[in-house]
Ligand binder design. Structure first.
Ligand SMILES: [Zn+2]
Length: 111
């Protein structure tokens, strides 16, 4: 898929907070690589590509880094975020966009 298609998917599934990350991914695509899937899973931005070849390992590592960074960015606004459980689903959101979900990184401790 091309950049525009990827942006539409992420805008619909998540929000504009991760569009900067999507742009960075497309700026770094090695020649010969095609993005096959881009989606939110457990609050992370996950990207799949083809072909799965050894020479594209650095690109995979870059995508892992993007995934890692998406965990700290609100998918709605790009602000500082935490992982929230909202109606049974997991999202990376800032406090403003947490919709009264449960902050999974700051759960009350059992004593
Ligand atoms: Zn936000």
């Amino acid at each position: 898929m091309n950049l525009e298609e990827a942006k539409v998917i992420i805008m619909n599934e998540c929000g504009e907070g991760w569009i900067g990350l999507v742009n960075q991914i497309y700026e770094r695509i090695p020649e010969g690589v095609v993005i096959t899937e881009i989606f939110q899973k457990y609050g992370k931005l996950v990207t799949r590509f083809e072909p799965d070849a050894k020479e594209y390992e650095p690109f995979q590592l870059f995508l892992n880094d993007i995934e890692f960074r998406s965990e700290t960015m609100c998918e709605k606004c790009g602000g500082d975020a935490s992982l929230y459980a909202i109606e049974g689903w997991t999202y990376t959101r800032c406090a403003l966009h947490s919709e009264d979900g449960i902050d999974l990184n700051n759960l009350p401790k059992d004593t």
